[in-house]
Design a protein around this ligand. Structure first.
Ligand SMILES: [Zn+2]
Length: 603
């Protein structure tokens, strides 16, 4: 048969001309690099190379002319039969297209970078970037219904994040997958580069050590070089992926102890969240450190005020001499809005005086605005994601309302403080969640499934009028939102809010198979749902997962007009870089001296 004759011939041809392991160039092809930003340059060759045959050129000339110094040629990287060329911490000051061509004498690979300048005149003094982790359109709609109410088909008010003049759809994909995690996704916003799942501030190379991958500059480093203040506040552990993306350079987001050091080294001015155990020396009970470094003490010595409760945070922020603030309010994640304000579940009994992200942000604004050069502040509502993983709709919706309250306060602050703050509100990725109707307890019968009401039967839910912060005081009402999850493990669908604490949908049984959590089996009307995610082996899912759907970005303030249409997530970084004019070259071209490539062996 003819196709059988053609296919092997084509395969052979491809194997000769396109080796699977041809050299790889970092930064990668089509990278957008702000002029003057620092990055590590790396070329990974397919095998051990003969240094005499290696040639690396940028725009047809020896790379040293552009990058200013010679790289190290590692003949056997990590003891393996592969060579790499590595040059740390370089920058390109002159904007333009740069085509890198690397050859080992046999294979040649090229990549093109776009180095862009930013306007000479800075148009924004401050930037506040809101990230609702995992925040999807279903959450947004549900939050609007609960906090604004609806009548005659029209909402009775807008969310603060809806009431902004500019909007775009952002992609979330990474270099490795159509589905991102929060590390890679936040990295795109804080560096302007695409990377892979679990990576922060680095490209994903073949380096064995998670801290040795090619680094790229973070927003924190760039803003700090301009003399600005920088902050990150969240209700996750502060070492968690999204806040960590402000400062970290690691291939593995779970390198919490290293990430604490990176926060310290970054000199970030304000950082708040949970996750105190990774700051404590291992000799301290409850510590999660593997060394005896006392980071609480180090931060204090570096002039940070330490707050471990809302009361301490507000006192520190109100003290006019406070310019650096470390807030650690929980050993794990800070509790979400539904538990903090209404149900008092989660860890509220153990940590009764935790701030929510609105209060954290207000304290951060006081401290950061003491720097007259302006500030960059990341505000994360982290548990929208965590509660969507645990398939707990009400908790995710309340934390979306909390995010919107923070946006509302930020808009007021910006208006009262010169209207020169760029405000961006987005998510890092989506979850497969949708509002499909209501659950109506008043319908006849005992089967909860048959109380699910769709189309005209859904009607409007009957939550009480929300309080001044937009929260209804009761979630277990008789006609409530039905928010469903599209990708799940096996679980018991209870059709009810989880009044006694966050839902735990699935657990591993004695045979190692992920099964529905029996705890919910006997609740009236609970139905066993067979999941659609892997349930065996290392890839078994015990919770809901991220989706690859685009996310919404809304924006206002100077520079916001660039937010429109459909954009890459990395474009958000560029909008910030341009508004703050972060792209000024920091290395005059005349300083570049030409030198020869150095050969050195490293095992
Ligand atoms: Zn997640």
């Amino acid at each position: 048969m003819r196709p059988h004759l053609i296919f092997p011939a084509l395969a052979f041809f491809a194997a000769v001309t396109l080796p699977v392991h041809a050299q790889t160039i970092f930064p990668i092809n089509r990278a957008d690099i702000v002029a003057g930003a620092h990055f590590d340059f790396k070329v990974e060759f397919a095998g051990v190379v003969d240094p005499k045959l290696v040639s690396v050129e940028i725009n047809g000339e020896d790379y040293v002319k552009t990058l200013g110094k010679a790289a190290e040629l590692i003949s056997r990287e990590d003891g393996k039969d592969v060579s790499s060329l590595l040059l740390r911490n370089v920058s390109i000051g002159r904007p333009g297209q740069y085509t890198i061509t690397a050859t080992d004498g046999t294979h040649t690979r090229s990549a093109t970078w776009n180095v862009y300048a930013t306007p000479k005149k800075r148009i924004a003094k401050n930037v506040i970037l809101f990230i609702g982790d995992g925040f999807s359109i279903g959450h947004r709609t549900a939050a609007r219904i609960l906090s604004k109410g609806i009548e005659d088909g029209k909402y009775k008010g807008k969310l603060a994040m809806d009431d902004m003049p500019y909007m775009a759809l952002l992609t979330t994909e990474g270099t490795d997958s159509i589905i991102t995690d929060s590390a890679n996704a936040a990295h795109a916003y804080t560096t302007g580069h695409k990377s892979c799942v679990n990576a922060l501030g680095v490209y994903c190379s073949r380096a064995a050590n998670t801290l040795e991958h090619p680094k790229v500059d973070t927003l924190t480093a760039l803003a700090k070089r301009k003399g600005m203040a920088v902050g990150a506040v969240t209700n996750s552990e502060i070492e968690d992926a999204t806040p960590a993306a402000m400062v970290a350079h690691t291939r593995r987001r779970s390198d919490y102890n290293d990430i604490v050091k990176m926060f310290y080294d970054s000199k970030i001015d304000v950082m708040m969240g949970g996750g105190s155990p990774n700051f404590l020396p291992k000799s301290t009970p409850g510590s999660k450190r593997s060394d005896d470094v006392d980071f609480i003490e180090l931060f204090k010595l570096a002039n940070y005020s330490l707050a471990t409760s809302k009361t301490e945070m507000q006192a520190a922020a109100n003290d006019a001499s406070t310019t650096k603030l470390l807030g650690l309010y929980n050993t794990g994640n800070v509790d979400g809005a539904l538990d903090l304000k209404f149900l008092k579940k989660g860890s509220v009994a153990k940590f009764p005086d935790q701030p929510d992200i609105v209060e954290e942000m207000q304290a951060a604004l006081k401290v950061l605005s003491r720097n007259k050069e302006g500030f960059v502040l990341l505000v994360e509502s982290a548990r929208i994601d965590k509660y969507s993983h645990s398939m707990d709709p009400e908790r995710a919706i309340y934390d979306t309302i909390m995010l919107d309250n923070a946006v509302a306060r930020a808009k007021e602050w910006a208006k009262e403080n010169g209207s020169n703050t760029l405000i961006l509100v987005t998510a890092d990725h989506s979850h497969p969640v949708s509002v499909i109707g209501t659950v109506n307890d008043e319908l006849a019968g005992n089967e909860m499934r048959n109380k699910v009401s769709i189309y005209e039967d859904a009607g409007y839910p009957n939550y009480p009028r929300p309080d001044t912060d937009g929260y209804p005081s009761k979630v277990d009402v008789s006609r409530r939102i039905r928010l469903v999850f599209g990708a799940t493990p096996d679980y018991y669908d209870t059709f009810q809010p989880f009044m006694d604490g966050e839902f735990v949908p699935a657990i591993k049984n004695a045979s190692g198979v992920m099964v529905a959590n029996d705890k919910y089996k006997d609740l009236a009307g609970a139905v066993l749902r067979e999941g659609n995610l892997p349930n065996k082996g290392a890839r078994a899912a015990n919770q809901g997962v991220h989706s690859g759907d685009d996310v919404i970005l809304t924006a206002m303030g100077p520079g916001a007009e660039k937010v429109h249409g459909q954009m890459e997530n990395t474009d958000l970084f560029r909008i910030i870089a341009e508004a703050l004019s972060l792209g000024n070259p920091d290395r005059p071209e005349s300083n570049i001296t030409r030198s020869k490539m150095v050969k050195r062996s490293r095992q």
